[in-house]
Design a protein around this ligand. Structure first.
Ligand code: KIV
Ligand code: ZN
Length: 523
């Protein structure tokens, strides 16, 4: 039986299995950005693509291989010469490289897809691995639909692959069919029946069709797998793949149980998740484990009270450990005095006397009844006595956007902003897209240039005249600011959101200058 060590390798396939799923495709530039983030996250292996699939895939693998350092860069290939040679060429610039060859082994794939006998499949697998070994020291072999393959035959195929030179054997649950106990049973079986298994790494690759990809992967790990194939945010074919952040945090949080480690820099999980969501447009569900907006939000007062006494009451992981700053967690109408006081103190209002605190808290409760989420800027506005119902410094007088898709002309925006003192400012700018052009024009007009960190548009009603809600978050002078706009025209909604955020920045700065600390304290 193989001697499994206590480190689990994280094989990230966001750029291959994730990217090939509908709605998740990325441009070359985006792939490079994600690959860089994966390297900073310290994944062990980046599966950068399937070079034989298209010239675009080839180029992406080649660029990642030449520009990204740290992880092993891997390319996928069927057990056929053309695919293997494409991988050889695309991965040539990589300092550390791996080829991942696969062939389907289950009866249903043998009979209906490949129309090949069991023997012919073994022969082709061996040929593929041997050819791959001519160009790569590191060869991974996958038995596609391994889960629905007869166990004894699967062990035979894997034994032949080891003999031909594979150093990693991957068991894919291609259709997300397995359950955890079956998975661990299979890995125990494979560890006993694959010839030469003690010299190779066993790997697991789960899809999430029945919502068990993470549980199945962890079961495989418990039974000896030492590589998990996964994707950021669990993106992938159909219901997706095993989610990297979930499997990594399960191993870290329950180290007492698994006694295993990964090399992942977990504080990069949240930023990487946001990056993948931004570039693919695939939103992360609010309640998604580890990286969802609500994953660390304790809305109920009783939970917040317990949390403030001792975070362990309701928190098994610290948000900081996955890269979420505690101050980014929103408060809401169920938040109690403790949570409000803690946030107020974190924002620098640590000298409030009882009366000022109580006044602020009552104003917060009133606002929370009207507004679902209360951000730091809202709390600051309350505590600084800023009346958010007053008109902002700048309002939009008119907006013109010109964007001609498919031409070389850069999108242009012209904004006319009305200042509260009556004067108007007109500014125009070009940008990478119409929204970028609008932001730049507003920045010029107001003289404030925040760094955008999040931007989302979603429909909040149905039909052709649906209202679009735009939310922007940006960093300015070390703080995060938010704005929201609602309009049937999404460019107008985005412009309103950006302007609301700029007005908040100005209001807070003006009030801070105009009001001495004693006035704030005397609220
Ligand atoms: O799901 C699957 O079977 C795959 C293989 C190519 C590993 O993605
Ligand atoms: Zn897959």
């Amino acid at each position: 039986m193989s001697q499994a060590g206590n480190t689990v390798k994280i094989f990230d396939t966001t750029l291959r299995d994730g990217e090939q799923s509908p709605g998740c495709s990325m441009t070359l530039r985006q792939k490079l950005k994600v690959a860089q983030a994966l390297a900073e996250l310290r994944v062990d292996i980046i599966e950068a693509g399937f070079p034989a699939a298209s010239p675009g895939d080839f180029e992406a693998v080649q660029r990642i291989a030449s520009e990204i350092e740290g992880p092993v860069i891997c390319g996928l290939a069927r057990c056929v010469e053309g695919d293997i040679l494409a991988c050889r060429d695309a991965l040539a610039p990589a300092k550390r490289k791996r080829i991942h060859v696969f062939i389907a082994t289950s009866p249903i794939h043998r009979e209906h897809k490949l129309k090949m006998s069991k023997e012919a499949i073994i022969e082709q697998a061996v040929k593929g691995v041997k050819l791959a070994r001519q160009y790569f020291d590191d060869v991974e072999f996958s038995a596609e639909d391994g889960i629905r393959t007869e166990r004894d035959y699967l062990a035979e195929v894997f034994s032949a692959a080891v003999e031909a030179g594979a150093s990693t054997l991957n068991v894919p649950d291609t259709v997300g069919y397995s359950v955890p106990s079956e998975m661990s049973d299979l890995f125990h079986y494979l560890r006993q029946h694959i010839r030469g298994v003690e010299n190779v790494t066993l790997s697991v690759h789960c899809h999430d069709d029945l919502g068990m990809a993470v549980a199945n992967s962890l079961s495989a790990v418990e039974a000896g797998a030492r590589q998990v194939e996964c994707t950021i945010n669990g993106i992938g074919e159909r219901a997706g793949n095993c989610s990297l952040e979930e499997v990594v945090m399960a191993l870290k949080t329950r180290k007492d149980y698994f006694n295993l480690e990964t090399g992942i820099e977990t504080r990069k999980l949240y930023p990487t998740s946001r990056l993948v969501s931004d570039v693919t447009g695939a939103e992360v569900a609010r309640n998604k484990a580890i990286v969802g907006d609500n994953a660390f939000a304790h809305e109920a007062g009783i939970h917040q009270h317990g949390m403030l006494q001792n975070p362990d009451t309701y928190e098994i992981m610290r948000p900081e450990d996955v890269g979420i700053s505690r101050s980014s967690l929103v408060l809401g109408k169920h938040s109690g005095r403790h949570a409000f006081r803690e946030r107020a103190e974190a924002l620098g209002f640590d000298k409030l006397d009882d009366e000022a605190f109580e006044q602020g808290f009552q104003a917060f409760k009133k606002l929370a009844d009207k507004k679902k989420e209360i951000f730091d800027s809202d709390i600051e506005a309350i505590l600084m006595g800023i009346d958010e119902s007053q008109p902002g410094t700048w309002s939009l007088a008119s907006l013109q956007v010109h964007s001609a898709c498919g031409t070389a002309t850069r999108p242009t925006a012209t904004v006319v902003l009305q200042h509260i003192d009556g004067h108007q400012v007109t500014e125009a700018a070009t940008g990478d897209g119409p929204i970028d052009a609008v932001f730049k024009a507003i920045e010029r007009a107001t003289g404030i240039s925040p760094t955008l960190s999040d931007f989302r548009v979603r429909s909040v009603s149905l039909g052709e005249d649906a209202q679009g809600q735009a939310d922007v978050t940006a960093e300015y002078q070390g703080r995060f600011w938010r704005g929201r706009g609602l309009n049937t025209d999404i460019i107008a909604a985005t412009t309103e959101a950006f302007l609301e955020m700029i007005n908040r920045i100005i209001r807070t700065a003006d009030t801070a200058q105009a009001q001495p600390q004693s006035k704030i304290d005397a609220l």
